[in-house]
Write a protein that binds this ligand. Structure first.
Ligand code: 1HE
Length: 264
């Protein structure tokens, strides 16, 4: 039923498929290299606002040769300053729903991961890359600034200095360098990104719900907090997590030899 509901309000430029506990979300505008017009970014917002409760993990990927070429530049040229703020805030709203939704999100990257495409990838919880992946922030060269959250999220992945360099000089990071500096956590063989993404999603789907919630919603708040507040938040979260019946069950399973050891 959710399938029909999803499809009734999503644009053609998003291909959405429920696979058990995993939702596959394909950016489907390959003729424009999956550039984000308003319809597409609003579609992303709708997907994450309406995730079916049965979905425990989301995998997002690009259809065609690229993940995304970023903002659709043809929609940008007519905007004044006020419209520009509203547009950027719309991206913030949509990408906050990706980061702070009800299920962790894995981005599977290949080809261009550029501008707003990199901003979407940075809002996801795990990034898997293929060798064709390249990362850039061409905003600097286009005479504009990032507007989809990159100035907040990217320095957390790669540091302020690297982001500044990317924008000042138009530096492009290739897949291997990107993984080394923290743009992606995984680099897999060509054509294996979706398989890896789904494999990780299956693992994530089996975690305790409270743990996934803490990682998505509490960890980033702790990272933004002062040390004193962060440590207090950590203690509160730890106490809540360990008191859940599911945690007790999992701890017993390990102590009685029913659970996997680390690395198994
Ligand atoms: C586009 C866009 C786009 C492609 N907006 N139409 N992003 C950029 O500055 C990246 C601009 N794109 C590129 O550098 C290249 O397209 C790629 C390296 C990604 C791919 O190259 P290629 O040779 O495979 O494709 P192409 O021939 O450049 O593009 C195919 C079509 O897609 C073409 O349209 P057509 O009608 O002539 O066929 C392109 O115009 C179109 N296209 N990228 C509009 N981005 C929240 S703020 C975020 C701010 C930003 O993201 S700024 C970064 C914008």
């Amino acid at each position: 039923m959710y399938k029909e509901i999803f499809h009734s309000f999503l644009p053609q430029t998003l291909q959405v498929e429920i696979q058990g506990e995993i939702l596959m979300v394909g950016l489907n505008r390959p003729e424009k290299r999956n550039a984000f017009n308003d319809e597409l970014i609003l579609g992303i917002e709708k997907v994450f606002e309406n995730l079916p409760p049965s979905i425990r993990c989301v995998v997002i990927y690009g259809i065609g040769d690229h993940f995304s070429a970023g903002l659709d530049l043809s929609e940008l040229k007519e905007r004044n300053a006020v419209q520009g703020i509203h547009h950027s805030r719309m991206w913030h709203r949509a990408l906050d729903k990706v980061q702070f939704g009800t299920a962790p999100v894995i981005a599977v990257l290949h080809g261009a991961v550029v501008g707003g495409g990199l901003e979407l990838a940075a809002a996801c919880h795990i990034r898997v890359s293929e060798p064709s992946t390249f990362y850039a922030l061409p905003e600097g060269q286009r005479g504009i600034f990032v507007g989809g959250g990159a100035s907040v999220r990217l320095p957390k992945l790669i540091g302020v200095a690297r982001m500044t360099d990317m924008m000042l000089t138009g530096r492009v990071y290739k897949a291997e360098e990107g993984e080394r500096i923290g743009l992606a956590q995984y680099l897999v063989e060509s054509g294996k990104g979706l398989t890896k993404g789904k494999e990780l999603a299956q693992k994530i789907a089996k975690n305790a719900e409270m743990t996934n919630y803490a990682l998505m919603h509490v960890l980033p708040r702790i990272a933004d907090a002062s040390q004193t507040e962060g440590l207090m938040l950590e203690s509160l979260m730890a106490a809540i997590a360990q008191s859940s019946p599911e945690a007790k069950q999992r701890l017993n399973d390990f102590l009685e030899g029913r659970a996997k050891k680390v690395g198994q």
